[in-house]
Design a protein around this ligand. Structure first.
Ligand code: ARG
Length: 414
C-alpha cells in the first residue's frame, strides 16, 4: 500500500452488526480483504433476543476496533412506526413494512457512527437478492453522498459455508450450526421469517415459525381494549397514558396472545423476485385496524379517498428504500395534514386471531346521529335526494339516450 497521504491511518469501515454469524465473520473478513479497521454498530429497534451488551462484546472479540450500541427503540416507534400507522402502511394490502421501516433508522445511526469514528465506508450483511441492500445503500447515499457502501456477503464472496469455516478456524465466539432454517428479521413493529421449507409456497408454516404470536386456534378469553388516539397517534390504552413505543409493545403482548397479526404472502420484491414471506405483527395490525376505523369516523370523504391512494404510494416508496426521498417527504406532509382530526377512542376485541372494532367515539366525529338515523330525530331532508339523483345521473342519462338513438343497446342489456 502506498502511503502518499499525510494521514497514514488505515481506512475505517462502519459495519451494521447483528451479532449473527455473517456479520461476526464479516468483521475479520473485511479487515483481511480491504485492510480496513471495522467499527461494529448494533442498533436496538426492539428486536429482542440476545442482550445487546453481549452482542457488543462479541463484536470486539471478533476483531472490531470499536463497538457501538444505539438504543433506537423510542426513536424507531415515534419517527418510523407512527408515520406508517398514519399511512395505514400495508404493502400489497398485507405487510406492515416491518423490515422496510427499520432500515432507515439503522442507516441514520450508521452514518452518525461513520462521522464519529472517521469512517469512509459503511458495510451491511445483506445478500444481493433482497430489498434490504437497496434500503441500506440508497439510505446511506441520501444522507451521506460521500460515504462508500460495502456488502461483504454480496461483494466479497462471503458465502454461508465460507462464514462457517472462517468462524471455526478463527474460534469466533458464535454458534455455527448449519441447520438454522430461517432468515429472521425482527423489531418492535413485527417479525419477518423467510427461507428454508417456506420457499416451497405450498408448505404451511409450522408452529416454530412464530414467536410474537400464540396460536389463534387456542386463544384465551376475549380481550377488550380501548385505544385513545390523538391526531393519528395512540396516546392511551384503557385510559393509561402510553408512549408510542409502549403502545406498540403492549399491543404486541395483548394482540399476540390472541394470535392476531399472522401474515403469509408471496410478495413482489424491488429486485423483481417474487418471494414467500411469513410475518407476525400483532401490535401493528391491531393498531392499524383501530386507526383506520377512527379515520372512517373523523376524516372527510374526499380527503379519505385520496389519502388511500397516497398511503399506498407512500408504502411502496418505503418498501422500495425511498424513505429519505423528496416524494416520500411530500407525501408525509399530506398524510400529516389528514391526521388533524383523527383523535378519539376505539374499542376493540382481540380474540381468535382477529382484532375487531366494536365501538368508536370522538369529539371530532363527522358522524351525525340525526343525519344517519332511521328513527325519530331524523334531520335529513329526504325530499332533496330526488333532485340530487336527477342531476347526478344526468350525464349517464344523456349518453344512454345517444346510444339508443344510434340503434345501440345501452351497456347493461348488450
Ligand atoms: N421481505 C421483507 C422486506 O423486504 C422482509 C425482509 C426481511 N429480512 C431478512 N433478512 N429476513 O421488507
Amino acid at each position: 500500500m502506498s502511503e502518499t497521504t499525510h494521514d497514514s491511518r488505515p481506512d475505517r469501515v462502519v459495519l451494521a452488526y447483528s451479532g449473527g454469524l455473517d456479520t461476526s465473520v464479516a468483521i475479520g473478513w473485511i479487515g483481511e480483504r480491504t485492510g480496513a479497521e471495522v467499527i461494529a454498530v448494533a442498533v436496538d429497534v426492539g428486536q429482542g433476543g440476545e442482550d445487546l451488551e453481549v452482542i457488543r462484546q462479541r463484536a470486539l472479540d471478533c476483531g472490531a476496533v470499536e463497538a457501538y450500541v444505539a438504543d433506537a427503540r423510542e426513536e424507531f416507534a415515534t419517527e418510523y412506526c407512527m408515520p406508517a400507522l398514519k399511512a395505514n402502511g400495508l404493502y400489497m394490502d398485507s405487510y406492515p413494512l416491518v423490515s422496510a421501516l427499520s432500515r432507515p433508522v439503522i442507516v441514520k445511526h450508521l452514518v452518525a457512527a461513520a462521522r464519529q469514528f472517521g469512517a469512509q465506508t459503511v458495510a451491511h450483511g445483506c445478500t444481493g437478492k433482497g430489498n434490504d441492500q437497496v434500503r441500506f445503500e440508497v439510505g446511506i447515499t441520501s444522507l451521506a453522498p460521500d460515504l462508500k457502501c460495502l456488502a461483504p456477503v454480496r461483494d466479497l464472496a462471503l458465502t454461508r459455508d465460507v462464514a462457517i469455516d472462517y468462524a471455526n478456524q478463527h474460534h469466533l465466539p458464535i454458534a455455527t450450526t448449519k441447520n438454522n432454517p430461517f432468515s429472521i428479521d425482527a423489531n418492535v413493529w413485527g417479525r419477518a421469517i423467510e427461507t428454508g421449507f417456506l420457499e416451497d409456497i405450498w408448505n404451511e408454516p409450522t408452529k416454530d415459525v412464530y414467536s410474537y404470536t400464540d396460536d389463534p386456534t387456542y386463544s384465551p378469553l376475549p380481550d377488550e381494549v380501548t385505544l385513545t388516539f390523538d391526531q393519528g397517534v395512540p396516546v392511551a390504552i384503557d385510559g393509561r397514558r402510553v408512549t408510542p413505543l409502549e403502545a406498540v409493545q403492549e399491543m404486541n403482548r395483548r394482540a399476540g396472545a390472541q394470535g392476531v397479526g399472522r401474515i403469509d404472502i408471496v410478495e413482489d420484491r424491488l429486485v423483481g423476485i417474487k418471494s414467500r414471506e411469513v410475518y407476525e405483527a400483532p401490535g401493528a395490525m391491531a393498531l392499524i385496524a383501530a386507526h383506520k376505523e377512527l379515520e372512517n369516523v373523523t376524516v372527510e370523504r374526499e380527503q379519505a379517498r385520496f389519502k388511500k391512494t397516497v398511503g399506498q404510494r407512500w408504502t411502496e416508496l418505503v418498501y422500495d428504500g425511498q424513505w429519505f426521498s423528496p416524494l416520500k417527504r411530500s407525501l408525509d406532509a399530506f398524510i400529516e395534514d389528514t391526521q388533524r382530526y383523527v383523535s378519539g377512542e376505539i374499542r376493540m376485541v382481540l380474540h381468535g386471531g382477529r382484532a375487531t372494532v366494536t365501538g368508536r367515539r370522538s369529539e371530532q366525529s363527522l358522524y351525525d346521529f340525526n343525519l344517519a338515523t332511521y328513527d325519530t330525530g331524523d334531520s335529513f331532508d329526504q325530499s332533496h335526494a330526488k333532485g340530487f339523483i336527477e342531476i347526478y345521473g344526468l350525464t349517464s342519462k344523456l349518453s344512454a339516450a345517444r346510444e339508443a338513438a344510434g340503434g345501440q343497446q345501452p351497456e347493461a342489456s348488450s
